[in-house]
Every structure is written in structure tokens, then in C-alpha cells.
Design a protein around this ligand. Sequence first.
Ligand code: ADP
Length: 151
Amino acid sequence: THMAEQQTLVLVKPDGVANGHIGDVITRIEHRGFTIDALKVTHATADQLHQHYAALVGEPFFPRIERFMTGGPMVAMIVSGFNVIEAVRKMTGATNPAEAAPGTIRGDFGREWADKTIRNVIHSSDSETSARREIPIWFPDRQYAPHQPEK
Ligand code: ADP
């Protein structure tokens, strides 16, 4: 991912919403100085999840992801800023909350569960290619459109 004005897709997953972490996620993004371009509460459909996690649809754990991600409302956001994709990935932390460093969103608000469903509070795009692909899945009237760089 090259250095530039970017946008990224952030989802506060159903566990993050149920446990009251919408504000925590938004606050961390705002404290870093990034801009929220769009934000809504939404309930994921199976179709959206198959698109969003297209690379994982064949995995044996995909039904678990689908059950978890459709189990309650989520918050979807488009966040923008210079190099925002890598910055928010760093704030997000490792996929498994048990391995995510303290100080990251997953490391501070998640933990491991015995049923092997990974409830990890947040999704954030991992590259410009992913952000471009993911944004319209959750915001059908939007496309990847980074702001003009500051002069
Ligand atoms: P990340 O969300 O950190 O980018 P991945 O793209 O690898 O991670 O996986 C997407 C999501 O799928 C994870 O956030 C997690 O919710 C779920 N997931 C990934 N691997 C597993 C697994 N082995 N078992 C259960 N769920 C998983």
C-alpha cells in the first residue's frame, strides 16, 4: 500500500456493539485525527458477508463467521486520512484477540472464547485494494474516493 490520502472500511462487529464499544472505537479513530466520512448502524446480510469475506467462504469456519456476524447489529464506517489504512490496521491488532497486543482495539476489548468463534470487535481493510472492494459492499451508494491531498 503506497503512502497517500486513503479511505478504509471499519466495521464495529456485533460483539463490539453488544459490549458497548462503538464509542471506544470512534474515540480512538478521532483521537488519531482521522476523519469519519460515513457511519451507520446496519445488520449484515448473508449476501454482504459472502462478498466481504469472499476469500474465506470455503473455509470450514465460515459458518461460524456468518453466524457471529449476522447475530446482531454492526456499525459500518468509512474513515479517511493520510496512510489511514495501515494506521487503523495497527490500532486493530492481531486477528485473534488472545494474540492482539494490549493497547490495540482487539487486545483491549476482546478475548478468546471456548466455542472457537473469533469475536474480535472490529474489522478494518488491509490494503487499498481491499478498501476499494469493501466500501461499496456496506455503502452501496459510495465508492473508494480519497480526499485531495493537503497542499
Ligand atoms: P483480519 O480480520 O485480522 O483481517 P482475516 O482476514 O484473516 O483477519 O479473517 C477475517 C475474519 O474471519 C477474522 O477477523 C475473524 O472474525 C474470522 N476468522 C479468521 N480466521 C478464523 C478462524 N480460524 N476461526 C474462526 N474465525 C476466523
